[in-house]
Design a protein around this ligand. Structure first.
Ligand SMILES: [Zn+2]
Ligand SMILES: [Zn+2]
Length: 344
């Protein structure tokens, strides 16, 4: 089969590799749609990821496909079933899993390799994080289950109450998904980003107001103007840039929760004003990844059709376009692109 492999920094190669065959407990999917993700772009540019993968590796992690082969001992799944496979599954046995803190499991089984005609799904994921796609939900929308699950996990950890004022910093797919979900429960969702086209998508997804940071000199000051002088109830940082983490904290009102969602480069640090943190009783929250429950909830939300998530998607592209697609993501010409390996 044809598959994309990542060898290092901006070193992505399409190669012909052996078709995967499922071992005990595993299944193999024929990939119908594998959406590109900001994390893929980051990993491609940085040439690695602390947790998700080791080079060289099959690449890509968001997928909807049809079961093409079933290993021994797998029950409940048939060839032809249309499914979403999350890119990880917790071990269920460790200190953290026993406390239902599944995203902190140090033994997460990761899976990469969705930018390929077929992808093998490890037994742990088959058992705990493989989900049937409801009829009527398109494959490219279903493939977005994983990032949406991360967003639902992020919202659940943000102390959000309906009606809260929310500032979202970052107009990538993740920032826009935060806007879409939170705007269902608040009239005061404000999006700060760097590109007018994406900010328009944010408005279509329900943002009350959007701002291009290139045209602002004082983002925290702008936030205070929007929020009776105090700052936002909830701030979500979705860029993964340390200076933006610091700015996100500056946008928070006393008592706010700041969700530092975008993962920064390795070994970076930020400075926090101790007086503000203490006397303003801020909650600074790091949130990573997702859990099987949020994966299930995300798929249900996509299937409900209540949010036009297709605004984030471009047309399907063949696997041979992948490198070009990364360049287009880098230039911010596209948000998410469904790769369809059946097109070659
Ligand atoms: Zn992703
Ligand atoms: Zn565990």
């Amino acid at each position: 089969m044809l598959a994309a492999l990542l060898y290092g920094r901006e070193d992505l190669r399409l190669e012909t590799v052996a078709d995967p065959t499922p071992g005990a407990g595993e299944v193999v999917l024929q990939v119908a749609a594998a959406t590109t993700c900001g994390t893929d772009l980051k990993v491609w540019r940085r040439g690695g990821h602390a947790k998700m993968l080791q080079l060289p590796t099959l690449f890509g992690h968001e997928v909807c496909g049809k079961i093409a082969a079933v290993g021994t001992g797998v029950s409940g799944w048939q060839i032809g079933d249309r499914v979403v496979a999350n890119n990880s599954a917790p071990c269920m046995k460790c200190f953290f899993c026993q406390r239902q803190e599944y995203s902190l499991c140090p033994h997460l089984t990761w899976n990469n390799g969705t930018f390929a005609e077929f992808v093998k799904i490890p037994a742990a994921i088959v058992e705990r994080n493989l989900w049937r796609v409801p009829d009527g939900l398109t494959e490219e929308l279903a493939a977005m289950t994983e990032p949406l699950a991360c967003v639902l996990h992020g919202i659940a950890r943000s102390n959000f109450q309906p009606g809260n004022s929310v500032v979202i910093i970052g107009d990538g797919a993740i920032g826009l998904m935060f806007v879409a979900v939170l705007a269902q429960q608040s009239q005061e969702v404000y999006l700060f980003g760097g590109q007018d086209q994406r900010l328009q998508v944010g408005e279509q997804l329900g943002a009350a107001k959007t701002f291009n940071y290139r045209q602002l000199t004082d983002i925290p000051g702008t936030v205070r103007q929007l929020t009776s002088g105090w700052g936002a109830d909830i701030v979500v940082e979705a860029t993964g840039v340390p200076t933006v983490w610091e700015m996100a904290i500056a946008c928070a009102r006393p008592g706010a929760t700041v969700n530092l969602f975008g993962g920064c480069p390795k070994d970076t640090t930020i400075t926090v004003n101790t007086e503000q943190l203490h006397y303003s009783e801020l909650t600074l929250k790091g949130v990573f990844h997702n859990t099987p429950t949020y994966v299930q909830n995300a798929l249900a939300l996509l299937a409900s059709g209540s949010i036009p998530f297709d605004l984030l998607l471009s047309d399907r592209r063949p696997l041979k376009d992948l490198e070009q697609v990364f360049q287009e993501m880098l230039q911010r010409q596209v948000i998410k692109v469904p790769i369809d390996p059946s097109q070659g």
